[in-house]
Design a protein around this ligand. Sequence first.
Ligand code: BTN
Length: 246
Amino acid sequence: MKQIGTKIVRLHSVESTNNYAANVIKTGNWLSGTVILADEQTGGRGQRGNSWYSEAGMNLTASILLKQDNLSVNASFDLSKYVAVVLIDVLSKYGIQGQIKWPNDILVNEQKIAGVLIENQLKQTLVDSSIIGIGLNVNQQEFEGLNATSIRVFNGNFTPVLDVVMTFIQAFNARINESAEKLHKEYLSNLWGYQQVVEYTVVASNTEMKGIIQGIDPQGFLEIEENGTIKKYDLKEVQFKLRNTF
Ligand code: BTN
């Protein structure tokens, strides 16, 4: 992994930092590790085509540009794991024990505190560059019907967003020499439902199931043991039941 925070760009208002980052990459003139921050996004995007809402000035909404060397598309889930583990590190610096909900939502007490949207630019079978979009709820206190939370809801403190940005950059850079095996272990040890019975809906057949999360394969598929056999699921194929849905 490469260092980040080599350059920091702060925008007041932008549609989406990921879109902004994609345009920066298109210019061909950019520095790997650049962090693009926005006080406000007018069209923040989430996974599965969802929107990402974040109260202006209250939370971390950022995209990081990374140049990749020789990262095969098949190993690109390693980046997802890396970012999820780093977000767990960040929360622990604020006294919060988070959990990773596969693939890379971050939960506290089964409520969502952060989300990640990674968009890769490919060159044949390799990832040429990655945009890592991060939304981390810092000071927002009302979430209008969403099952979401923030650092402030949890520890009661107002934390300047830039403080969290610096903590994130440090936490990211602190793991750059770590092996893929170590990261995989860290990911599993913070994974929501790992080696536990969980309830979920298999989207294609709309059936309710119970199974045990047994792992994640190298491509990032979730492995669930159902009646003694391991089934692999992709992102859109299963929907979990949490305390509340979101
Ligand atoms: C998700 O959980 O669905 C992913 C949410 C990702 C949100 C961040 S906020 C900064 C960056 N810009 C975007 O438009 N999305 C990501």
